[in-house]
Design a protein around this ligand. Sequence first.
Ligand SMILES: Nc1ncnc2c1ncn2[C@@H]1O[C@H](COP(=O)(O)OP(=O)(O)OP(=O)(O)O)[C@@H](O)[C@H]1O
Length: 588
Amino acid sequence: MLSLTFRVLLGILPLTSIWLTNLLVNEVVSVIQNQTDIRFALYLLLGQLVLFGVGYLIGQVAKINDQHLDNLVNFYMTHTLLKKVDRLPYLTFENPIFYDKYQRVSNSSSNVMSIVQEVLSLGSSLITIFSLIGYLFSIHWSFIVLLLITTIPILMIDVKFGGMRYQLLRFLTPMGRRESYVSNLLNNKFTFKEVRLYGLAPFLIGEWAKLFRINASEQMNLMKREVRWSSIGEVLLLIAYSASGVITLLLGMQGRIRVGDFIAVLQAMENVQKGLSNSTSTISRLYEKSLNIQDLKEFLQAEEQVVGKQEAQVQRIDSIVVDQLCFRYPNQEHAVIQDIDLHITAGKKIAIVGENGSGKTTLIKCLTGLYNTEPQMIQVNGEPLQVVDRRSYQDRIAVLFQDYAKYEFSARYNIGFGRVEDVDNLVGIQHAAAQTNIHDYLDSLDEKYESLLGRSFDGGNELSLGQWQKVALARTVFRNSDLIILDEPTAALDPRSEVEIIDNLFRLATNQSILFITHRLGAASLADEVVVMKNGRIVEQGTHAQLLTLDGEYAKLYNSQAKWYNNPQETAQEQESDHYEQEEEVLT
Ligand SMILES: Nc1ncnc2c1ncn2[C@@H]1O[C@H](COP(=O)(O)OP(=O)(O)OP(=O)(O)O)[C@@H](O)[C@H]1O
């Protein structure tokens, strides 16, 4: 409201200023010609000074007010977007188009604010324009015709380029994202060591430069076209201004206006033209931004993952039955996992083994409800997952993914995030850390559990990969769930830690089910059941002993690993001869 008032005031200032100028010039002419009293002219001069001061003050207060409004809108928009992102289905995050759209809409907070500001300043300009047009019309109607003839083509040009700018933004967003991806490879600590050692920097800089040039040249091309067309608009404005000068001169010669009016008309004409040209470009920008807002609207209307609305609440997971589970990624033709049958009962420890890409991680993403599957394929406590309250179900599961998160927060938060409502329970957190053999290390840090982990921020403590993994494992332990899912939980651990931790976990988690993916079959042998996956299917299932007797896939994998420990040299020679045999087969 305050902003609106300021804009109205700013809108009527030009007419008042021109009116005062008109009076002042006429008065000065009269003082010079007739030697009349100078006082009224001085009052008018003072009036102009006051007007200038008031205009300046209103402008400054409006600036502060706009900044305040900007903060409010920015906060609201970012807050809304972040909450929306939290409700989107997980699969959305695996679609690159999502990231393009997100990039565009995350600029929308500034777009929304600038729309508000543009509308306000457009309103202000329109008040100026209409008040001045009223004044010009009172002098002669032909000024209005001149203005109409020149403004309409300019408006059309500006709107056309507003649309083109938006289309270009859409086209360039993926390339812009790739450009920042490539440049990030050069300044990101996770990739930089390899970039440095492999001497990739010149190649990557070249790639970045290529993308930058394409981006920049597309923008330059559009800008050049826009400049060409807007020059035509400027010429039209110049013609209108000169024509209005001629008309004013004729009116003066006919004695229908005085010197002050002559100056005022030219000033008014100039102001109206400036106002009109500003307004047309504002309308063009508004059009461009309204297209962006359409993206925002679509984003906010995107289908959400229903969480916490389904009727079947899960107090405790007693059983999960997987029945003929199939899953296909949206961008792929064939199912990645097929006909999976699995029965997880309370306290059962299941190991999943299988070669890379056999679908193990996909299976756990389906099981945890991150991916939606057909009804009946997954049943929790006898209810299809679709009708199970997803939040209450996920609250009873602890997952450690291969690419677990390394939170650059304190050690306490890193573990406490497993049960965020209990993040102040230091004793519980320390207990979880002790179970995964990381307590002593965290306790030895300067600020113990309050120490910041990671090196992205000053004062942080970098951990080794194995230490990070132990912290993440402690987080899953702290979660106190019914089902613990671990995707290669010991990949970065030394053999002693691996044995101790898995042993600890199995001993303490008597009531908890554990489903763990592993490539280390020594760990798998501790499970109640071993599931072997190949090409998206379960090919063997049973206890470690049963599968060894079966002498199939598992036995083959197990024996080859056992050989590494018993006689690594022999294994290497065998593998080498296998390799040559295969090469010979290919050659013959
Ligand atoms: N988001 C995705 N979109 C499309 N395909 C995917 C996606 N994630 C995985 N895949 C494909 O699904 C298959 C199974 O992948 P998954 O990660 O489940 O295998 P995995 O058995 O866990 O492998 P690893 O032992 O290497 O971790 C792979 O062929 C992979 O290319």
